[in-house]
Design a protein around this ligand. Structure first.
Ligand code: SF4
Length: 256
């Protein structure tokens, strides 16, 4: 079982019947991979690029932050150029993505910190770090919280860590592994406990895709969901619909 995320977050596993849930999440991972593969979701292999990409992605849409990232990297082609740039010039590049002043200050500060602490090739330095060092370093950068740090570590540094986004926590609540109605923060601190060893990335990206396509926030499509036999919410819903249809059929037969 994978405890790396919990160790980095300094948490103890707080899920009852943990072993049972891990087996179930192993089955869920198998089905997600069979359905979707392990998509990149636009994330970048290079951890230095991924850091800036994630900072620009805050509170905006996919298309907007992809565009602002492309504009930023076209304008500033080296870390030094970014570290030395005036904030106003960075703002002009990324203004379409919202929170431009705040993000521009963060981008400049991050570029300066990366250059000062890891030199002109921070990617090599980041790849040499242990999980603990990478997590400490990344969460020390302006604009990167624990979830963003875990994303960089999972997507670009290949650590077996499990960031929890809103899609992941929504599906986990519906499946029934955690109670509904807690704060999102609580899910980020507990759900890594059910992830089997080595399956973090498959589960994370698979659940994100599933949450965007099938298990939608308002109208989950349980009838066509390949997880519905493993999901408490889906089972209840389909049973209810089945009962409803049965009741209608019975009424009709009696009417005849
Ligand atoms: S069965 Fe329904 S609620 Fe459960 S994961 Fe599938 S779509 Fe979501």
């Amino acid at each position: 079982m994978s405890d790396l995320t919990l160790r980095l977050l300094n948490r103890k596993p707080a899920i009852s019947r943990r072993r049972v849930w891990q087996v179930r999440f192993g089955e869920i991972a198998d089905r997600l991979v069979a359905a979707y593969g392990v998509p990149l979701l636009g994330n970048l292999d290079d951890p230095t690029q991924e850091i800036f990409y994630i900072v620009l992605s805050a509170k905006t849409t996919d298309s907007q932050y992809r565009r602002t990232y492309a504009l930023l990297t076209a304008e500033f082609q080296s870390l030094s150029a970014l570290a030395d740039a005036r904030v106003a010039k960075i703002v002009r590049c990324i203004v379409g993505g919202g929170l431009a002043n705040k993000k521009a200050r963060q981008v400049k500060l991050i570029a300066s910190r990366l250059k000062a602490e890891l030199g002109d090739d921070p990617t090599t330095g980041l790849r040499r770090m242990s999980a603990e060092d990478a997590f400490d370093f990344l969460t020390g950068l302006p604009g990167l919280g624990p979830k963003s740090a875990l994303c960089v570590m999972m997507c670009s540094l290949n650590f077996d860590v499990f960031p929890v986004d809103v899609n992941v926590s929504r599906i986990a609540q519906r499946i029934g592994v955690v109670p509904r109605g807690l704060k999102h923060y609580d899910y980020t601190q507990t759900l890594p406990a059910v992830v089997p060893l080595g399956r973090s990335k498959e589960l994370h990206v698979g659940l994100v895709v599933h949450g965007r396509t099938i298990c939608l926030p308002r109208k989950p499509m349980c009838e066509r969901c390949f997880l519905n036999d493993l999901c408490n919410f889906g089972k209840r819903r389909l049973r209810g619909k089945g009962d409803g249809r049965q009741r209608k059929r019975t009424r009709k037969t009696k009417g005849n």
